[in-house]
Ligand binder design. Sequence first.
Ligand code: PSU
Ligand code: MN
Length: 303
Amino acid sequence: MIDIQYSTEVRAAKENGTPIVALESTIITHGMPYPQNVEVAALVEQDIRDAGAVPATMAVIEGRLHVGLEPEQLQALGTAQDVSKISRADMAACIASRGTGATTVAATMIAAHFAGIEVFATGGIGGVHQGAETTFDISADLHELGQTPVTVVAAGAKAILDLAKTLEVLETLGVPVIAYGQDAFPAFWSSQSPLDAPLRMDSAAEIARAHATRRALGLPGGQLVANPIPQDDQIPAEELAPIIAAAQADADTHRITGKAVTPYLLQRIFELTEGRSLVANIALVRNNARLAAAIAQALPKNR
Ligand code: PSU
Ligand code: MN
């Protein structure tokens, strides 16, 4: 009943058994400004190919679930004005009403699992927002990690979130949070944070084995791999703290709520850093794409 549209290269990869890495599209439509969004999406896809895997960027276009986008579809999505942001709650509705929407981490995990793809690279996941004790704003990404068996590679979480509460919720939901190559949980623009990740692994092969072991144990849910931003691309946390606070204050003043919160904060931080946040963001997404490709290659074939 669900009519999946595979891109040419993803279809070939499925036939040949080439490893595939899922990519989200909300980062393109709601996470970065045009034209950098389209440029970065193409670079990240190429990074995955260069690392020996095939990229599958997910989106719903006119009611069809796309697993892998052709270059012109990527371009169209990156320039369109009225694309909705689809999370778990919106996915079926968007397909049913023949809508067009970009997938968040949660919706990308659903699409990936549906298409038999087990590894996914992104920038940052959604999490528990600052002030969640009054707003209850907790991303559906966390619950998705608790129930859908996909390994997600991200650079930790942004300091627009409450990192300590985000880690607590992930622990409650039984999600393994694995820092790659260090003890600290990375904080998106900074490789370090004051918090240690619950787990640490130093190789893609070990992460792939952990993924396969969860599958063998029949455990639902995925893994979060927290891959630190490369040293040279970092923005010091002290420098960003006042900017994040200002962006948060603006969001409160303008009474931004629901799914508009994350895109609003990302856009404000981009403006307030005069684009520097984006340069770091690009570096870390590419770094995550390379690690995800290595994990996908190390996974034992299960079908
Ligand atoms: N965090 C980022 N960049 C992003 C997002 C989060 O650093 O682009 C996007 C992702 O698509 C993520 C979504 O899944 O925002 C989370 O939105 P919300 O907080 O509304 O669940
Ligand atoms: Mn939210």
